[in-house]
Design a protein around this ligand. Structure first.
Ligand code: NAD
Length: 297
């Protein structure tokens, strides 16, 4: 039975680890939080007390952690994953982090070790259902070795090229999503204020050149898309705080590359405002209400 060490058993990592255990992998997990450890243990994950123990449990390590500084700390240094994993270990970091940190961790690995950056799309529901999409940077052979795990935890996995490219893809994708949400919010407000029924605009634009994924799936106007957060008081879904984090990561990547992304910068600033008003835990589509000068409740 293949042994896996899993570090970071939170909202996303917990169900991913449990799905691996249910699929027959021998999963050893670690998290700082008692509640996360308990929930994972109930799902069949053996719990240990340190990062080093989880890292040394088998030939594969998976992690799902909050941000770049935590990932650097967990992977690097004497008590970290890299120093305590097998000499030929495969390490898969699924956290959403900055490109620099992802590349620094990959560079720190031993000559026979491999690190993949494999951030995900699909949220907590996708994690529970084993239907995540993985965007993966790193060595092609390591990707092939990791593929059976991606197949358990997700519905799709795309190899995006060199180390860090998974994080680049995630930042670009979510920058598109954030900008799209703002465009839809403005257009549906403009239409309505000019006397156009939002249902009619939806009927037209969803079949015309203005159509996009956010309009069809996360439409911020209540009553247009049945499953959208707009129909349940903007409860997430995808939290505005997460969107803000991803837009900040996109801006960091843009500055490092010397690329102008003025719409991405504007989206980051608007989500900062929305979160600053106390709406971090609301769905990101709730920004529609702020742009109309309305309360999000
Ligand atoms: P979370 O806060 O629920 O889980 C993170 C876990 O990491 C926590 O349980 C925490 O205790 C643990 N942790 C922190 N520092 C640690 C350490 N030093 N050692 C061991 N464990 C440690 O967050 P989440 O929602 O599961 O998100 C995890 C990652 O997934 C983030 O990078 C996030 O951006 C990304 N992501 C989240 C979603 C989502 O919808 N929640 C969607 C896509 C991507």
């Amino acid at each position: 039975m293949t042994r896996i060490g899993f570090i970071g058993l939170g909202n996303m990592g917990g169900p991913m680890a449990v799905n691996l255990a249910k699929a027959g992998y021998d999963v050893t997990g670690f998290d700082l939080s008692d509640a996360a450890r308990k929930a994972a243990a109930e799902g069949g994950v053996r719990i240990v007390d340190t990062v080093a123990e989880a890292a040394g449990a088998g030939g594969i390590v998976v992690s799902m952690l909050p941000d770049g500084p935590v990932v650097r700390k967990v992977y690097m240094g004497e008590h970290g994953v890299i120093a305590n994993a097998a000499a030929d270990a495969l390490m898969i970091d699924c956290s959403t982090i900055d490109v620099d940190s992802a590349r620094a961790v990959a560079d720190a690995a031993g000559p026979e070790q491999a690190v993949l950056d494999a951030p995900v799309s699909g949220g907590v529901e996708g994690s529970k259902a084993g239907k995540l999409t993985f965007m993966v940077g790193g060595d092609a052979d390591a990707f092939a070795r990791a593929k059976p795990l991606f197949d358990v935890m997700g519905k799709a996995a795309v190899h995006a090229g060199q180390a860090g490219n998974g994080q680049v893809a995630k930042a670009c994708n979510n920058m598109i999503l954030g900008i799209s949400m703002l465009a839809i919010s403005e257009a549906f407000t403009l239409g309505e204020k000019q006397g156009l029924d939002p249902q009619k605009l939806f009927e037209i634009s969803s079949q015309a050149s203005g159509s996009c994924w956010a309009m069809l799936n996360h439409n911020p106007v209540p009553g247009l898309v049945e499953t959208a957060a707009a129909n349940r008081g903007y409860t997430p879904g995808f939290a505005a705080g997460m969107m803000w984090k991803d837009l900040k990561l996109a801006q960091t990547a843009a500055q490092q590359a010397g690329v102008a992304t003025p719409l991405g910068a504007e989206a980051q600033a608007l989500y900062a405002l929305f979160c600053g008003q106390g709406h971090e835990a609301k769905d990101y589509s709730g920004i529609f209400r702020m742009l109309r000068g309305e309360d999000v409740e």
